[in-house]
Design a protein around this ligand. Structure first.
Ligand SMILES: *Cc1c(COP(=O)(O)O)cnc(C)c1O
Length: 356
């Protein structure tokens, strides 16, 4: 196996306090090719981080057969610790997305072993400043050089790593979101529950228009009735109304977030009533008008928890609670990030230490 030695001379040169997201990449990457005509999966290799050389007809570039994942590795309190947050869920979701996109699945144990090995090799790149982490991006693309429409017979699976900065360098600040009833993201039977490029392509125009109006993210409604709420931008969404924490149920159109699942479990254990059900935008508007809408927050790997202070629907603006970060969002953010970085005990067995 082509594992390269750690090259100290190429060690990270960046300011941990100025790390953004997705601009700096580590020294190595993992790659593994698949060829249906050559017995399926080939031997995985860790190689120097490098550009891909692709035939211009590469199928992924034309028909979008692609799947990705996103998870984080954290430096733990002990020098040797490298903590991954629920990587088994990302691997399972990756393979579920692959099945939907007619992409061959990757053996889960092999995935975990190779990913861990790559992270260990580039461990010097894991930032240690509070709030920073190493973002892990497993990706698979269809690589047949062919312009006909069918599933590809060849694929490239790869994993790249990025040291990323604190999501809230200036504090845990709430954002403003806008509800769109003009565009849709996904509908039942479509790709909405797969983590694939097409969902992002579908969302960009709405996000651009939202930014022009001064909003950070788009809140998506159900494609059919434009009534029930789905998710927000790259996050799942939670509402706290009259003490009940509500999040849309998974019915095939929204991405089943690892953070979402963790928030449901954790918020329940903190004594909150948490319900997965359909929730309409009308219910949220009514709650805002009657003063029973206490909190809205998004959940996702990048931000963990993203509180929402205002939302716009049909041209009207509504304030959430008192417009500040609510107590449940703050508690979830503080405790989940403390568990992720090994600063609080992990009663769930969520953290996997791949450092040793
Ligand atoms: C990745 C993603 C999420 C969040 O999932 P996590 O596993 O919590 O990071 C939510 N919505 C969409 C559309 C996503 O792609």
């Amino acid at each position: 196996m082509g594992t390269l030695p750690r090259n100290r001379a190429a060690s990270p040169q960046y300011d941990e306090n100025k790390l953004g997201f997705g601009t700096i990449f580590t020294e190595h990457m993992l790659q593994m090719r698949y060829s249906a005509d050559e017995g399926g999966w080939q031997v995985p290799e860790i190689v120097s981080f490098q550009d891909l050389v692709l035939h211009p007809a590469t199928m992924m570039l034309h028909y979008g057969q692609q799947v990705f994942e996103g998870l984080k590795a954290f430096a733990g309190p002990d020098e040797e610790d490298i903590l991954l947050f629920r990587p088994d869920m990302n691997i399972a979701r990756f393979n579920k997305s692959c099945a939907r996109l007619c992409i061959p699945i990757v053996d889960s144990d092999l995935f975990m072993d190779q990913m861990s090995k790559l992270i260990r090799l580039d461990r010097d790149w894991i930032p240690r400043t509070h709030g920073t982490s190493l973002y892990v991006r497993p990706t698979i693309i269809a690589t047949d050089p062919f312009l006909g429409v069918r599933p590809s017979k060849q694929y490239l699976f790869y994993i790249i790593l990025c040291p990323v900065g604190a999501y809230y360098p200036e504090g845990f600040n709430p954002v403003k979101i806008v509800v769109t009833d003009k565009y849709i993201r996904a509908c039942r039977g479509g790709l909405g529950e797969a983590k694939t490029a097409a969902n992002y392509a579908a969302s960009l125009l709405a996000a651009e228009e939202a930014h022009e109006e001064g909003f950070t993210q788009v809140l998506w409604l159900n494609a059919v009735d434009k009534c029930s709420i789905e998710e927000v931008g790259t996050m799942n969404i939670f509402f706290r109304i009259d003490g009940e924490v509500v999040t849309p149920a998974l019915e095939g159109t929204i991405l089943p977030g690892v953070t979402r699942d963790s928030v449901i479990r954790f918020a329940r254990d903190l004594g909150n009533k948490v319900t997965e059900r359909q929730i309409s935008i009308e219910e949220v508007v009514r709650a805002a008008e009657t003063g029973s809408l206490q909190e809205i927050f998004g959940s996702g790997t990048a931000a963990v928890i993203s509180p929402v202070s205002h939302f716009r629907y049909k041209g009207r603006d509504y304030m959430v609670g008192d417009g500040q970060t609510g107590p449940v969002a703050r508690r979830l953010f503080d405790d989940l990030t403390a568990i992720q970085t090994g600063h609080k005990p992990d009663p769930y067995g969520w953290m996997v230490n791949v450092g040793k």
